[in-house]
Ligand binder design. Structure first.
Ligand SMILES: [Zn+2]
Length: 364
């Protein structure tokens, strides 16, 4: 995990919310922001949509809009100005009326270990990936205090999927009757798995992934050359595609990966975060299955996939991958686990056939 965290911490911390020039941090959030005007009266709002659509940025934009001091009080603005004192405080995570509640692991990933409610791991190997009850209780205490700048207060929980059962239950009363001028914003890529009692107390705002052209243009703007293959691998999410690159997955490495895995060569995957390795191998297994059934692969270019798939071995491999995906902690060392998963892949392709014709190339 260390490698990925370091990559994301590099460089200056990006300011949050609308930029001083009025630009959105992610241009495709404009639609969601406009739709949110209809929900201006919601005390509790659940922002949901496919993974990698920019849930956190959307929530910050809404918080910034509610707090922006250029917007006349009592009116529903489409977006914050990005220039007033309040907007600046939001951008720098210093606004007294905005509380960001994130799992410790996400704070570490963003380099935000300076916050009041950041809980450093005590005697634990890794920072928590859950939103814990002590974080929620501290946020509820905060919610009771008077607004610092007298406008509104926004409690932002990201992602709500990370709320454990006791933390979710502790939040229910605040969701139902937020004190005073308080608004609660939650995010989720998988709202059907939230507690029904949490879901039912929120109004919903759906956000979407950008169209391919917009995603591609944004990635080019981030300095990625020929981002199409990465975008396909990331399921159409430019944020995900960027994360892959920041973790050291270059397009060249990824295009050669299916054949290396089929040959039992785990070197390219060693030292990578286990969830990423498993995600990548599951996507490869998915494509192998689709291709064996005569369909077009979704994540990898068809030309790069090995042929001669043993379907029984493929099913066994997929089950092994899913078992690993379900568990956060693994009894084995990461290196042994990766080695084992890749050696099982060699059985799926007992004798990889030569590359398929480039005419089958389907990368978007
Ligand atoms: Zn403003």
């Amino acid at each position: 995990m260390a490698k990925a965290d370091a990559a994301l911490r590099d460089g200056p911390a990006a300011p949050l919310g609308v930029q001083p020039d009025g630009q959105l941090p992610l241009p495709w959030l404009a639609d969601g922001l406009a739709a949110a005007r209809q929900l201006a009266g919601a005390h509790a709002l659940l922002i949901h949509g496919p993974a990698g659509a920019g849930h956190f940025d959307m929530a910050v934009l809404l918080a910034q809009t509610l707090l922006c001091e250029s917007v006349p009080a009592g009116t529903a603005a489409a977006r914050a100005c990005g220039r007033c004192a309040s907007c600046h405080l939001v951008a720098t995570r210093a606004h007294p009326d905005l509380r960001l509640v994130l799992p410790a692991a996400l704070r570490v990933q963003r380099g935000w270990t300076d916050e009041d409610d950041y809980i450093a791991p005590k005697g634990e190997a890794k920072p928590s990936r859950e939103l814990r009850i002590d974080q929620v209780r501290a946020a509820i205490d905060w919610a009771q205090q008077t607004s610092g700048r007298g406008r509104a207060k926004v409690l932002l929980l990201h992602p709500a999927d990370a709320l454990n059962l006791s933390a979710a239950n502790a939040l229910l009363k605040t969701l139902e009757e937020p004190p005073g001028q308080m608004r609660v914003l939650l995010t989720s890529a998988d709202p059907e798995h939230l507690l029904p009692t949490v879901r039912s107390r929120c109004q919903r705002l759906r956000i979407a992934l950008p169209p391919v052209d917009q995603a591609r243009a944004w990635l080019l703007g981030q300095g990625l050359d020929a981002p199409e293959a990465l975008l396909a691998l990331a399921g159409g999410s430019p944020l995900e595609a960027l994360a892959w690159v920041q973790e050291g997955f270059t397009p060249a490495l990824l295009s050669g990966l299916p054949r290396r895995v089929a040959a039992g060569d785990a070197a390219a995957l060693q030292g990578r975060p286990i969830p990423r390795v498993v995600e990548l191998l599951l996507k490869l297994a998915h494509d192998a299955q689709v291709q064996a059934a005569g369909g077009a692969p979704r994540f990898f270019a068809a030309a790069g996939l090995p042929g001669g798939t043993d379907l029984a071995a493929l099913r066994t491999w997929q089950q092994a991958l899913l078992r690993v995906a379900r568990h956060d902690e693994h009894p084995w060392s990461a290196a042994l686990l990766v080695e084992s998963l890749v050696s099982q892949a060699a059985a799926v392709w007992p004798a990889p056939a030569p590359a398929r014709g480039a005419s089958l190339h389907s990368a978007r």
